[in-house]
Design a protein. Sequence first.
Length: 51
Amino acid sequence: MGPHVNREQFTVRFVIDQTFRDTGHRHTRNEIVLYTVKEGKIVEERFFYAA
């Protein structure tokens, strides 16, 4: 399931399941994050998710 690595980038999939206190509404979101690494440090992150 991941992470998936390609040279200086890797992706991680997150599933976020949250319930809002005020309304009790439950929401689940799938998200893919693309990280770019240079000299051993993460220098960029991009978030992709369906609206």
